[in-house]
Design a binder for this molecule. Sequence first.
Ligand code: HEC
Ligand code: HEC
Ligand code: HEC
Length: 403
Amino acid sequence: MTYLVAAVGGLGFFALSMLLLGVWPGEALEEQIHQTSPAHPLPLSASEQRGRAIYAREGCAYCHTQQIRYLARDVSRFGKATLAWETIFDYPHLWGTRRIGPDLSREAGVRSPDWQYSHLFAPQTLVRDSVMPAYPWLFHGAPDQPAQDARDVLAYLETLGRDRYLAGPEGEAAAKKACNCSEDERKFAFGPGPLNASPAIPLRKGKFPLLPVSNDEARGRQLYSRNCAGCHGAEGAGDGAGAAGLHPKPANFTEQEYAQERLSQALWNGVAGTAMPGWRDIPPADLAAMARTVRNFHQNGPEPALPEGVLELGAKVYAAHCAQCHGEKGAGDGSAADQFPVPPTNFQTQRPSLAASLRAVKNGIEGTPMAPWSGRLSEAEVYAAAYFVRGFYKGGIRKGDGQ
Ligand code: HEC
Ligand code: HEC
Ligand code: HEC
């Protein structure tokens, strides 16, 4: 009798715990997913699925999580907390348990493709102190020659967070209403912050703080060499180890003059459509120190003499061919400016050297909508236009200021 009672009791207890710990939460979760998910979340394409398999095979999940927890620190770093339905196609799941690198559940749209490829090919060329391993076997020998495997990984990365974007405000509202969650959870999952809080996303039109003029040369140098030299080069010539795979190439600071406004904007917002990320997680005083370093790379050469009649011709060419992008007054705000992925240069806050300007007008800038003009304009017209745009510059702080 004792054995029987023990056996029935034991089995009963086992069954009860199965129900309470396995079946019931599973049911509740299913129900929650069903109620909060949009009607047709987008499943992964073949390439995206292959990318997911490579992500699993290469062990990316050992270092990267894919879930934003219900914690203020997570939400402020990565964006709104992950809802159960967001990983509905993620089976077996790749949530990960350890963060050696950042959470990737909202990686879609954070970085440009050339950044992602260069980073996957050799992370330390872009992020000096990164401990992420390199994955050169996913490429044909160069960061801008991704093999199908690397393309698949990128395709997969671009799905992370996608369904929640696509669900849109209606989807958010419906999920918020249906969510069976506490006030606290509601705040983390649906609060007022951005869906994606990455400080690196380039913002095309974002407001930015005007950085103070720093005189901390040493700090600027140190931060520059850690954060920027990989792309822009140790001496600012745009020739860092990470530059090889980027299109457009990182700016060459030795041949540009910048107004403080332009540096503040580029550092805070990044440059849309390029590998230049935003640096909104770095304190403004440190950004200001780096802005100083950037400015001081400029090499003041003698200004070329202005040949007769060049400005008149330049103005004519500019009005006919350039103003629709660069704006009538050179402010980068022409009528067509918004149609292109990379914003046209604002010449009021930035002045290229004559050589750089000529090169850009003749050959265009690879990886941007700035096309070569040498076939379409005469040599004299190219020269005149390249000269003319430099006249828009409104100055700003020059080398040596603020010391
Ligand atoms: C040994 C740990 C480790 C492994 C394995 C690893 N990473 Fe990383 N990853 C990191 C670290 C650390 C960073 C942050 C520094 C940096 O950006 O390189 C990072 C950054 C990233 C970023 C940039 C995120 C952002 O927007 O800032 C992406 C994307 C990424 N990793 C993808 C991958 C992929 C894909 C794999 C697998 C093929 C992988 N990682 C494997 C450690 C790792
Ligand atoms: C991943 C590579 C990369 C890193 C890292 C990087 N940049 Fe850039 N940067 C670029 C690219 C690419 C551009 C865009 C060039 C263009 O618009 O043609 C750019 C543009 C800029 C511009 C605007 C210049 C212009 O002429 O329009 C500034 C200023 C700048 N970077 C400063 C910095 C500073 C300071 C750092 C370090 C905090 C940094 N960058 C880190 C790649 C990088
Ligand atoms: C289709 C729009 C478009 C047209 C038309 C256009 N540009 Fe550009 N221009 C751009 C873009 C985009 C950039 C690249 C900005 C960047 O690299 O960040 C650029 C860059 C430049 C630069 C390089 C600035 C630098 O930072 O070194 C010069 C010089 C320039 N343009 C001059 C001209 C002139 C002169 C014309 C007319 C003959 C012209 N552009 C026509 C879009 C245009």
